[in-house]
Design a protein around this ligand. Structure first.
Ligand code: PGA
Length: 251
């Protein structure tokens, strides 16, 4: 049986004082909810250390939104996996569609980052998803297959247990247009079958596959009750304690 995991991707939002306010509200809200759902928050780099102090004695885990593919050196403006670990991160989002489109990250670079994260014992939340045009052209499966296969190239079976895949159709991110539960379930099953082919049925069955793209408290239950949807990667709604807790409750 897979557990559900809900992660909040704060993107480029919240300075340190806003971070403290939001986390305090989350901790208070989650105290009264008994949930066995995993909870991860991914604040911006500058808020990670502060966030780590606040969540220290809670079940909330910490993740970063990105990292560089090298251990250290002359890479101005970049952040290494060791730096993330030193501020308490256990997870790192890799391959988010905003990194792919705005910052031109390729499948090859994302694969390199995944290998380094695994080597450093950080759990990747590896994002894949098609554009609206690709869906209209009936290329969703082709695109997902390429992203999953190239992103996970040469990742060993034993490391697969550390990876979460997040399926985030780009046309649903921040647009208010979420995939229907049936559309999302179909792609999740496609990803699970692909992992079964590339690895084994057991690894595929154990893999956590999150859905992302305009997840809100009022659509979370339907999406997360699909057989192959094991949680959510939440952007906008993770910035409001009530909404994020609503999604966790639904999970
Ligand atoms: P959204 O973002 O929930 O605001 O659509 C999701 C994401 O980009 O991870």
């Amino acid at each position: 049986m897979r557990i559900k995991i809900v992660a909040g991707n704060w993107k480029m939002n919240n300075d340190i004082s806003q971070t403290r306010t939001l986390i305090k509200k989350l901790i208070d809200g989650l105290k009264v909810e008994s949930t066995n759902c995993g909870v991860i928050i991914c604040p911006p780099f500058t808020s990670l250390a502060g966030a780590n102090e606040l969540i220290n004695e809670t079940n909330i885990k910490l993740g970063a939104q990105n990292m560089y593919a090298e251990e250290k050196g002359a890479f101005t403006g970049e952040i290494s996996p060791d730096m993330l670990k030193s501020v308490g991160c256990e997870y790192v989002i890799l391959g988010h569609s905003e990194r792919r489109t705005i910052f031109k990250e390729t499948d090859e670079l994302i694969n390199k980052k995944i290998h380094l994260a695994l080597k450093k014992d950080l759990n990747p939340i590896f994002c894949v998803g098609e554009t609206e045009q690709e869906r209209e052209d009936d290329k969703t499966e082709e695109v997902i297959k390429r992203q999953v296969t190239e992103g996970l190239s040469k990742v060993s079976s034993s490391d697969m247990g550390k990876i979460i895949i997040a399926y985030e159709p780009i046309w649903a991110i921040g647009t208010g247009k979420n995939a229907t539960p049936e559309q999302a379930q179909a792609v999740h099953l496609f990803i699970r079958d692909l992992i079964a082919q590339n690895y084994s049925q057991k690894i595929a069955n154990d893999l956590i596959i999150q859905y992302g793209g305009s997840v809100k408290p009022d659509n979370a239950k339907e999406l997360l009750s699909q057989r192959d949807i094991d949680g959510a990667l939440v952007g906008g709604a993770s910035l409001k304690a009530d909404a994020f807790i609503g999604i966790i409750k639904a999970a």
